[in-house]
Design a binder for this molecule. Structure first.
Ligand code: MLT
Length: 323
């Protein structure tokens, strides 16, 4: 065999078993928001079971800033070897291109999608002594006092930010907007009454709603959530136009070997089949994807449609806001 071919064959032989052995060491999952928030909670619950299936620990690293795009930019640029993955969501992989013209990644092209982890309905919530007893009174109070009210969100382009932007485009006013590194810390300030209200994902809110430390005015889905059946839908509560839901999903950087992506997708699917993991997520109000809604292809389709959807929504919100 000529020398060059022999070298190539040796290199291929060397690469084969190493790849087959993945994972040989812990995997880092970047969560682009603060610890304790919805993306972090979904990542840690799903990651715990995935670690057992993969035989290696999935270690969550919180890399925050710029509505989640700082962490996702870093994760997208990591070596595509299966040891660096991320939990993205409707903001980072749906709305971000519409709000950041210079975004350093393209959600539709720069990732190897792994699978959807959880759908997360949106609620309008306020500090517990907010002077409105229901959603109609909340909207009236917001319209009359917008300039005096503080809304907490997780940065421009995050789920909490874009979904409250949608609310403002419907009600026609905008409160002062206070940015945090995630809705985990934002919720702490809502509980202590330092900010007035939020639009946030259900998995962050259920324990506080159940404990009565915040007020929940409505859930922006067609049906009530079994986790908090006492909270009306926006349709029931008088604001039917406000319909919005988020999602959290696992991605790897583009170029990650297909067999590694397949193992990650299988581990995620097994987590979503596990009774204890399901219960933990369902108790927090998450919607779990059925089998056809899981896996790389379903996630790629979701991202493509969400990027298009949010481009249109944010254009309309901006036009409404300019009136
Ligand atoms: C978080 O985990 O803090 C949230 O997903 C932030 C958001 O997008 O609102």
């Amino acid at each position: 065999m000529p020398k060059r071919l022999a070298f190539l064959a040796a290199a291929l032989l060397a690469a084969g078993p190493a790849r087959a052995a993945w994972p040989e060491r812990p995997i880092t999952m970047i969560v682009p928001f603060a610890a304790g928030g919805p993306t972090d909670v979904v990542a840690r619950i799903a990651g715990e079971h995935m670690s057992r299936t993969l035989g290696q620990q999935i270690v969550v690293e919180n890399v925050t800033g710029a509505g989640g795009t700082t962490g996702i930019t870093r994760a997208a640029q990591a070596a595509p070897d299966g040891y660096g993955i991320m939990m993205g969501h409707m903001g980072t992989h749906g709305a971000a291109p519409a709000v950041y013209p210079n975004l350093k990644y393209d959600p539709t092209k720069d990732f190897a999608p792994v699978g959807m982890a959880a759908g997360t309905p949106i609620l309008i919530v306020a500090r517990k002594d907010f002077p409105a007893k229901d959603l109609k009174e909340f909207v009236a109070y917001l319209k009359a006092n917008a300039a005096k009210l503080n809304e907490a969100h997780a940065g421009v382009g995050s789920v909490s930010h874009t979904t409250c932007s949608l609310l403002y485009s419907i009600v026609g006013v905008e409160a002062a907007r206070v940015a945090y590194r995630g809705t985990g810390p934002a919720l702490n300030d809502l509980v202590s009454g330092q900010v007035d209200f939020m639009c946030d994902q259900i998995v962050n809110l259920v324990p506080q709603i159940q404990a009565g430390t915040i007020k929940a005015y409505a859930i922006a889905t067609p049906e009530r959530s079994p986790a908090i059946p006492e909270v009306p839908t926006t349709k029931e509560a008088g604001l039917p136009a406000y319909q919005v839901s988020a999602w959290n999903a696992v991605f790897a950087p583009k170029g990650t070997p297909p067999e590694v992506v397949a193992k990650l997708a299988d581990a995620l699917s097994k987590a979503l089949d596990d009774a204890n993991t399901r219960k933990r997520l369902l108790d927090l109000g998450a919607d779990l994807p059925d089998k056809p809604g899981r896996g790389p292809e379903a996630l790629q389709r979701l991202v493509t449609s969400e990027v298009a959807r949010w481009k249109a929504v944010i254009k309309v919100s901006a036009a409404e806001g300019a009136k």
